[in-house]
Design a binder for this molecule. Structure first.
Ligand code: BGC
Length: 902
């Protein structure tokens, strides 16, 4: 490495343009841990290289602490040692780097502010009332007086149930569903807000409203009630520092007052009821007279369960105007996009008018809302007006999955906006091509991910489910990390995966694992440690590692991964294989009986063992990166033995199905000598079926990779671009705006799939109502195809051997009919992009952007007579690039021929 320049040598041509830490940039109150910094640099010098860095920080007093200069070319997850030492510290961290030309200026700063350090630092009591689920929502308040000048004020808050909190009638945050859903038995998170500007001299008021959220009421598979308790309550603490050096704490305790107001009911599935006639205008303000309010009830809360939040916030991510479809006796609205969120409605009405808003993802003939898919979720918001005139109405503590809404009631409809919320609020990946349908498919995946990441990664946002199904999560993890910055979101969820795994012994089918908390609800049906679901324990960490390059996320999961592999191993009870038993299998295989989606063509025992082998391999890989050699050797031997035995026992049957072939190819189960043959069999099956999809949740994300990595691009494109039923584009042709749960959710004759599910006699509803159905228009699982689209259609991919896009592969594989494709990803190191087009002479020209600190490999579709050039000079495939902007041209590129069934 070059010599580190002296401090007064300046490299003005190089700039550190962005700096982040391991948590979402817009949260404070972080755990007391060493910040891990990642920065992005730009340089107009093509040969500049980082050779050293220096991290420094400013504290509240403007005091600067600088770490010593470290010789390193790395800029991902760099430990900022010595800057954070305890709770309630705020540091503005910054970095500057040295290239061989000198030092850069300091980067923009990133704030790292620690929280209380421990839940036991909450000095107050958790307060609420004795209300039940169906009762009006409690509101709480407390006034206090300040006579001094405020220097700094922080509010720390958490709750059983949800809370929204105000100081002097101003909301302290623009986020929703605080404190979110975590593995509540062991981890309830608190949030920290900078409320300095909200405190006023004189009388002040803290007000809060509580909602049931995920804690109590109806929530979960088969409608479990009161999952985590029957009471909701608030624990909060306002800490004020004055300019004279004194401090004051206002904490929740018996002196707070409680009442109810216009929010008469609020439930995540069912919606909310707001009756303005019960309103108590001004209740969040200091001047409000609360003499008629009641004493609060103190509830017990184990403060050791309370930890800092670490995930992203649930924020409003978009607003959609509505189009009126019908206005006879009602207003039927189309928001143009299936979203998670609610309707902000404006009406002109009279006192006493009742307005009802119902929601649905699609319409049935009529047109009417199709609400059958919601199962028991009522998804209905009701409002009763208390005055004449214009009203803007919005629900609280609930969200709906919908594209359509129906407004009924006497008030006159004025306008409606669809408000979309999500934890996936930082978009990083963009794609576009000459195929409008493929672009829409991409957009549908963008939305399915946003809609299904509301605090936890869910299966679907509309029906009475919305659970953190681990299978769905692992399937979408790679794609989700390409489209959004979700490193802290996944890390937080994986923390919960481990906590619940530790508690219940096995990895849940859902995380947070409310199903294991109430084993009877599924009639002792054991669904923990199930293949393809519990494997989220190994797959989600590795997916994060590939995109963000974080070793810390892997390290954090080691105990979980070890326990998972061990428990599967033990479950074999001395036999070679995991036994034959219930598995979700290649869930929703379109050839399985529609009402028994677990009866996939690939047999459960094969799927179980194939995923076991894959997880053992990933575990060995992860041990190699961050673990111990003894584990690595043990897991590698296990993986090798399993792969060999699986091939011997199940190899023949694996070759009979597309999912089977995909699994043995992608999991490295097929011996090298037979790889080409199995890939050929797979390709022939796909071509024979004209690309018709024959795989379910587990096979679909693998199949295009299994084909293309073995040279069968024609089959891969035949499947990707198919438009007849059982294809991604069939959904697009049928006006989908998100990804469906079943390939034929809308059948060819236009009818809506009823999604009936078979049920054991004893599980059938007693009231003679229909057996539950399973049909959603917003399941992200099949959207996993977008990972393939970035890597192959546009041709941009991270590389597991140098993760976090330290090494990027540009490998476009244009197919017939495409005239251009482009993709860009805001990687940890900065923007990486490719944009290729076919020119008039059928040669290919691509603009490529490689971020500072990354290396890129050129792998273009050369044919026998091609000339490949970089900025006009001849190169060969395999050419390595460092940061900069390039033009790559290729004459006579290989264009993949395929025929799409239309
Ligand atoms: C969910 C799926 C989930 C499955 C597993 C369904 O009800 O919506 O996405 O993975 O159950 O059984």
């Amino acid at each position: 490495m070059a010599k580190i320049p002296s401090q007064n040598e300046l490299d003005a041509a190089t700039k550190v343009i962005a700096l982040s830490h391991q948590f979402a940039a817009d949260i404070i109150g972080l755990p007391v841990v060493t910040p891990l910094l990642t920065w992005q640099t730009e340089s107009s010098r093509s040969d500049a290289k980082q050779i050293a860095y220096e991290i420094s920080s400013l504290d509240d007093q403007g005091k600067i602490t600088a770490s010593k200069v470290v010789e390193s070319s790395d800029s991902i997850e760099i430990k900022a040692d010595g800057h954070i030492s305890g709770p309630r510290e705020r540091r503005e961290l910054r970095v500057r780097i040295a290239t061989q030309y000198g030092w850069t200026e300091h980067s923009p700063t990133v704030v790292f502010e620690t929280g209380l350090g421990s839940g036991t630092e909450f000095v107050g009591e958790s307060i609420g009332d004795n209300s039940l689920h169906s009762d009006p929502v409690p509101i709480l308040r407390k006034t206090f007086v300040t006579s001094k000048t405020v220097k700094k004020a922080r509010l720390y808050s958490t709750s059983e149930g949800l809370h929204s909190i105000y100081i002097n009638a101003m909301p302290v945050t623009d986020e929703f569903f605080t404190p979110g859903w975590t593995a509540f038995d062991n981890r309830l998170t608190y949030h920290t807000y900078d409320v300095t500007s909200l405190i006023q001299e004189g009388k002040n008021c803290i007000g809060a409203a509580l909602g049931d959220g995920w804690t109590r009421g109806k929530f979960g598979f088969t409608n479990i009630y009161d999952n985590y308790g029957t009471k909701i309550h608030l624990l909060a603490q306002l800490e004020i520092s004055y300019t004279d050096g004194s401090k004051e704490v206002v904490a929740t305790d018996k002196s707070w007052k409680i009442s109810t107001a216009e929010l008469r009911f609020a439930d995540i599935y069912d919606g909310c009821t707001i009756d303005q006639n019960h309103g108590q205008p001004g209740w969040q303000s200091a001047e409000f007279d609360d003499a008629h309010w009641s004493q609060v009830t103190v509830h017990s809360l184990d403060k050791k369960r309370i930890h800092e939040r670490t995930s992203t916030r649930v924020l409003k991510v978009a607003e959609f105007p509505s189009r009126i479809i019908d206005s006879k006796n009602r207003t039927l609205l189309d928001f143009g996009q299936n979203i998670s969120g609610w309707v902000r409605l404006t009406v002109d009405g009279k006192k006493g008018d009742e307005i009802t808003v119902r929601h649905a993802e699609i319409l049935e003939p009529g047109p009417n809302l199709h609400t059958a898919a919601l199962r028991t979720a009522k998804a209905t918001d009701r409002y009763i007006l208390a005055s004449d005139g214009r009203h803007v109405l919005e629900p609280r503590f609930t969200f709906h999955g919908f594209q359509y809404a129906e407004v009924t009631g006497n008030a006159q409809f004025i306008s409606a906006i669809g408000v979309a919320v999500s934890s996936a609020n930082q978009r990083i990946g963009h794609f576009s091509s000459s195929d409008a349908r493929l672009n829409r498919l991409h957009e549908n995946v963008v939305w399915s991910i946003a809609d299904n990441m509301v605090s936890v990664p869910t299966d679907c946002p509309q029906r009475d489910e919305r659970l953190g199904w681990t299978g769905d999560a692992q399937v979408i993890s790679f794609t989700s990390n390409t489209l959004y910055k979700l490193d802290s979101f996944w890390r937080s969820w994986l923390t919960d995966l481990w906590l619940d795994q530790e508690k219940f012994g096995e990895v849940g089918a859902v995380v947070p694992d409310i199903l294991s908390r109430q084993p009877n609800v599924v009639n002792d049906w054991i669904i923990t440690n199930r293949a393809g679901w519990a494997d989220a324990a190994t797959i989600v960490p590795i997916a994060s590692y590939e995109s963000y390059g974080s070793l810390e996320s892997l390290r954090q999961q080691l105990p979980s991964i070890r326990k998972y592999i061990q428990s599967l191993s033990d479950h074999r009870k001395g036999e070679k294989f995991l036994p034959e038993e219930f598995q979700f299998g290649d869930w929703c295989d379109p050839d399985a009986p529609g009402d028994q989606p677990w009866l996939s063509k690939v047999k459960p025992q094969f799927v179980a063992n194939a995923f076991f082998a894959n997880s053992a391999q990933l575990a060995a890989d992860i041990e190699k990166l961050v673990g111990e050699t003894s584990y690595q050797t043990k897991f590698q031997e296990l993986a090798n033995t399993l792969k060999r035995d699986i091939w011997a026992q199940f190899g023949r049957e694996a070759k009979e199905t597309t999912a089977g072939c995909s699994m043995v190819l992608e999991f490295g189960i097929v011996p090298e000598s037979e790889r080409a043959n199995v890939a050929k069999i797979l390709s022939e099956m796909v071509i024979k079926d004209e690309g018709k999809i024959t795989t379910g949740f587990l096979g679909t994300p693998l199949i295009l990779h299994a084909l293309s990595k073995n040279g069968h691009f024609k089959a891969a494109y035949t499947m990707l671009m198919r438009r007849k039923v059982r294809s991604w584009l069939y959904q697009v042709d049928n006006k989908a705006t998100t990804i469906w749960e079943r390939w034929d959710a809308i059948r060819e004759d236009g009818s809506i799939h009823r999604g009936e599910m078979s049920m054991a006699e004893e599980d059938k509803p007693d009231d003679g109502s229909e057996s539950p159905s399973m049909i959603s228009f917003n399941h992200y699982a099949y959207g996993a195809v977008i990972d393939w689209v970035y890597r192959n259609v546009a041709g941009i991919a991270p590389n597991m051997s140098a993760p976090g896009y330290r090494q990027i592969t540009f490998a476009p594989r244009p197919a017939e009919g495409f005239t251009y494709a482009s993709a860009s990803i805001n990687t940890p190191l900065g923007l990486a992009a490719i944009s290729w087009k076919l020119l008039g002479d059928q040669s290919l020209a691509a603009d490529i952007v490689v971020p500072f600190g990354a290396t890129a490999t050129i792998d273009f579709p050369v044919s026998g007579s091609s000339h490949l050039k970089l900025n006009g000079l001849g190169i060969l495939n395999g050419h390595q690039l460092t940061h900069g902007k390039y033009v790559v041209t290729l004459t006579e590129p290989t264009i993949i021929p395929f025929t799409a069934a239309i």
